[in-house]
Design a protein around this ligand. Structure first.
Ligand code: BT5
Length: 254
């Protein structure tokens, strides 16, 4: 089977056995002029990172650790939605390859049975002319057993294999993921967020539920009512006020 089902994403592929972080490499390649759709893929990361410089656990040969360089002709305000668009692509790929039914927790977590199986990190290179490159990092736990995770994440993480006992073919997963990433990022760039928002909401574990949103300066509790066309989470607190949340860690309350 050919590796790729795409016209753009992954046509240039940098495959590295081991690296500190595919994000760091992708930033460097983007600065050096790597084309739209370049993919950086590795077997293990020694300094994988999440948001706010958190650590990302990247067991050797067990997951998909990759960063995609995109050069969309869009205004910087349209960048955060790429995380949500990528989340839909991740869910579709996992469904297609494994039959499992993941959920999305706003903004960047993909969950199986309430545990995180994938995280997404979208970073921006921009200047006065606008977006130079978007670096979309995706870390997907595929074939880990519980003991492959570092102790700090064992209580919150899961892998595809831990869900159904089956070793997943990582090549097939990459092929499917790149296919849906191309489909949905194109759809977003050409037609905006409307269609994808409907898909995103259908996969969301957050919408319609009571949540706690931890932000840098405050924590709010309420019902997550939806997301806007800008990808902003709408949180209704008990006093009836509607808050627009741009960035936070969400906990489900039950
Ligand atoms: C994320 O951050 O979820 C974004 C993760 C992006 C990782 C990819 S891998 C390829 C590319 N190269 C990189 O260096 N990064 C990207 P955040 O929402 O901040 O979540 C981070 C938190 O998730 C950590 O503080 C842990 O609690 C938890 N965590 C760490 N490793 C995990 C793993 N493998 N599976 C599940 N949870 C994990």
């Amino acid at each position: 089977q050919p590796l790729l089902k795409t016209a753009k994403i992954g046509q240039v592929m940098e495959y590295i056995d081991s690296c500190p972080s595919t994000q760091i490499l992708a930033h460097k390649f983007a600065q050096e002029g790597a084309p739209d759709g370049t993919v950086v893929l590795t077997e293990t990361q020694t300094a994988g990172r999440g948001r706010l410089a958190r650590k990302w656990d990247s067991a050797p040969q067990k997951g998909i650790w990759m960063s995609v360089i995109l050069r969309p002709d869009v205004v910087p305000q349209k960048a955060p939605q790429f995380t949500l668009v990528a989340a839909v692509a991740v869910v579709r790929a996992i469904e297609e390859v494994t039959g499992l039914k993941p959920e999305i927790k706003w903004p960047n977590d993909i969950l199986l049975n309430g545990r995180k199986c994938t995280g997404i990190l979208t970073e921006l290179q921009s200047d006065a002319d606008g977006i130079q490159a978007l670096i979309i990092g995706i870390g997907m736990n595929a074939n880990q057993e519980l003991e492959d995770f570092s102790p700090e994440v064992r209580d919150i993480a899961t892998s595809l294999k831990m869900m159904d006992g089956k070793t997943v073919d990582r090549q097939e997963l990459v092929r499917s993921l790149l296919f849906y990433l191309e489909q949905y990022t194109n759809l977003y760039i050409e037609q905006g967020f409307k269609m994808l928002k409907i898909m995103w909401e259908s996969y969301s574990s957050t919408i319609g539920r009571p949540v706690r949103a931890r932000m840098a300066k405050e924590t709010l509790e309420g019902i997550a009512e939806g997301i806007t066309d800008e990808g902003v989470l709408q949180l209704r607190t008990n006093d009836g006020k509607l808050h627009g949340i741009y960035s936070a860690d969400i906990e489900m309350k039950n």
